[in-house]
Ligand binder design. Sequence first.
Ligand code: DQA
Length: 142
Amino acid sequence: TTVYVLNGPNLNLLGLREPEIYGSQTLDDIAGMLEDRGRELGLEIDMRQSNHEGHLIDWLHEAQAEGVKAVLLNAGAYTHTSVAIHDAIKSIKVPVIEVHLSNPHKREAFRHHSYVGMAALGTVCGFGANSYLAALDAVSRL
Ligand code: DQA
């Protein structure tokens, strides 16, 4: 059983990018953590990152076509702007879990609205890299 972990814009710079907010782990470090936990849970992790909105949408469609168990989605700033990603989540039957390293609710007002969260099954935020792990544990119990 496969779980897609889709990461949006600027998350390729994790570790370098505002480490006081996002932590010092890189996206590869997080992929490694998820793969280790996935092995214990019997879940295969397919980790991807793109700075392009349309790639994220294509991958959501692909998740449906491939029949994956669930998608963990950290859409980065597209979370707060993308009606197209919102519609893509609504267009598929695969459960999508919104994930954020930081807690957007205690940050700038422009991060308080989430087009992803409105369409997602649930949200995990504020636990740094552990947000992804908590989301994976939740998915394993679906
Ligand atoms: C983020 C939160 C977003 O508001 C921001 O634009 C990001 C990262 C997070 O993981 O905390 O790029 O999704």
